[in-house]
Design a protein around this ligand. Structure first.
Ligand SMILES: Nc1ncnc2c1ncn2[C@@H]1O[C@H](COP(=O)(O)OP(=O)(O)OP(=O)(O)O)[C@@H](O)[C@H]1O
Length: 524
């Protein structure tokens, strides 16, 4: 039996100093995810499919067969190397098969969220210029009138003879075009090469305390159209030979989340902070988890403490972005996390905080990742100027501000989100983290509101826990809460209560909407 390819848990410093990217000249993710396993262990379990209410196991052999059918249908539609193929599906075996089929043909897969409304879908379809979309009946309806060929399961054909002969790809050949979340502005397409999966593996290993232990089963409620769902969970799980659960929650509820974990015998989860906050709010405990990874937004000391108490594990936080993912992470098995900090650089990644001159600096600066990581995008799709602006010398700029403390990355905030108030620069995440420690708060978003005197003031939009009533007194209490714990200049001078916060489909608070709201309020 082929053993899962895990990073051996050596001491952190050894892992970093000995690390070399192992990128062969010829590399295709189809081979890593499905074909390699199907050839040597076709009966090994790849996916535990809970999407139809029943529990159905899919082996690598079956997944290979499905992907060959998709491939045959794509060929029939004339898909060739370099063409873009949309994948408008949530978690399912077909999602994997569609990506793998496109990769085998040397085509570029484009993950698309089922939750996208018409405009969001159309803008990405137009931008990527894709001709064929693999989807389902719902997707076909959503795509009506957009002039694209749609393939569903009903269109799949028995595969002909191996069709990918002659399509050879290397690590830097384009494989997947994945759009950023659009938290700060218009989503941009990050184009990745076949190396991107290899680039994720050390980060996935670290944030899951080394996958591949007997009984490990991976799941995330995050959609597989988001880089977090697709490349932090689904693809690496399959590449490592760890079964992955596919489930569909029409609406996320803590109870449903618990049910999926139980039915799938899930041991390893990626719960973005939003999910953890919802579980905490409902006081939902999930048993049997070996590892919990979180990322995409700041986790915060409060949630780290809750994870230990309610889930019985140290939540491993990771940090990255669509353009270069999983570059810093904590790992309970390698070192004690530092509350309030994300973690340390993942082996294979040099993470630094740099100044305007492009050199590493002390104190707060721009969080940057050195070129050379396999997880780094090739470019923004057809946006040469944006691509150029993303790099400063040898560094890729994340657009985030941070501080490195003994090698631990402390996240201050996105460059655009840092609040300037009375001459102080204030990172919203520390304030959000502090407010989260108050019992009345379910979730919170902090932004700068324009102010004629102070440039900006800190404004907190708070969603209260079920049963807690908003009041002036509570607003004052929350202001004092922060003032007494952080600093007299950084407390929220205004607190507003909202029934919910604006969220991206990947579950991130859309700060630009909160910011627009604050600007509007400032003008009133
Ligand atoms: N652990 C973390 N702590 C704090 N912030 C995080 C963490 N992980 C990710 N992030 C934030 O998420 C960003 C990456 O998000 P993603 O690539 O999904 O798109 P986006 O940046 O939200 O969208 P857009 O670029 O379109 O605004 C990071 O740059 C960082 O700001």
């Amino acid at each position: 039996m082929r053993e899962p390819r895990t990073l051996r848990p050596k001491p952190y410093d050894t892992l970093v100093s000995r690390f070399r990217w192992d990128l062969p000249e010829t590399l295709n993710m189809a081979e890593q995810v499905v074909d390699g396993w199907a050839a040597i262990e076709p009966d090994r379990i790849a996916i535990i499919d809970l999407t139809d209410g029943a529990r159905k196991s899919w082996t690598y052999g079956q997944l290979w067969d499905l992907s060959r059918r998709v491939e045959a249908a794509l060929i029939e539609k004339g898909v060739m190397r370099g063409d873009r193929v949309g994948v408008l599906l949530s978690q399912s075996p077909l999602t994997i098969a569609a990506h793998v089929a496109a990769w085998r043909l040397g085509a570029i897969s484009v993950p698309l969220f089922k939750l996208f409304q018409r405009e969001a879908l159309k803008s990405r379809i137009d931008d990527s210029g894709l001709g064929v979309v693999v989807s389902d009946d719902e997707g076909r309806a959503a795509l009506a009138g957009m002039g694209r060929a749609v393939l569903t399961r009903a269109d799949l054909r028995a595969p002909g003879k191996p069709s990918n002969a002659g399509v050879e790809t290397g690590p830097d050949d384009a494989a997947v075009l994945i759009y950023t979340s659009g938290t700060t502005g218009k989503p941009k397409g990050a184009l990745h090469g076949h190396r991107v999966l290899t680039g994720h593996l050390p980060g996935v290993e670290m944030s899951h305390d080394f996958l591949g232990e007997r009984g490990d089963v991976l799941w995330t409620p995050a959609d597989w159209a988001w880089i977090g769902g697709l490349f932090d969970v689904a693809m690496p799980g399959l590449a490592l030979g760890v079964p992955v659960v596919a489930a569909r929650l029409p609406k996320f509820t803590p109870e449903e989340c618990r049910r999926i974990c139980r039915e799938g015998a899930v041991r390893n989860v990626f719960f973005p902070p939003t999910v953890l906050r919802m579980l905490k709010s409902a006081d939902t405990r999930i048993e049997g988890l070996r590892t919990v990874a979180s990322g995409g937004e700041p986790l915060g000391a409060e949630m780290l403490a809750w994870g230990r108490e309610a889930l019985g594990v140290t939540i491993n936080e990771f940090y990255g972005q669509t353009e270069c993912n999983m570059v810093a992470s904590s790992c309970g098995r390698l070192f004690e996390p530092r509350p309030g900090c994300i973690g340390r650089a993942v082996p294979g990644h040099r993470v630094a905080v740099i100044g305007p001159d492009g050199d590493p600096c002390d104190g707060e600066g721009d969080v940057a990742v050195k070129r050379g990581s396999a997880a780094m995008m090739l470019e923004y799709w057809r946006k040469p100027e944006e691509t150029q602006a993303k790099f400063r010398g040898r560094w890729m700029l994340t657009g985030d501000r941070g501080v490195l403390e003994d090698g631990f990355l402390r996240f201050v905030g996105r460059e655009d989100d840092v609040i300037t108030s009375s001459g102080y620069r204030i990172g919203p995440s520390e304030i959000e983290d502090c407010l989260m420690t108050h019992d009345a708060v379910a979730t919170v978003g902090v932004v700068g509101k324009p102010d004629p005197m102070r440039t900006e003031i800190v404004k907190a939009y708070v969603v209260l826990r079920a049963g807690v009533e908003p009041s002036e007194e509570l607003a004052d209490e929350l202001k004092t809460w922060v003032k007494e714990r952080l600093a007299s200049y950084s407390y929220p001078r205004e607190v507003a209560f909202l029934p919910e916060l604006p969220m991206t489909v990947s579950g991130k608070v859309i700060r630009k909407d909160l910011k627009a709201r604050a600007v509007e309020e400032g003008e009133e």
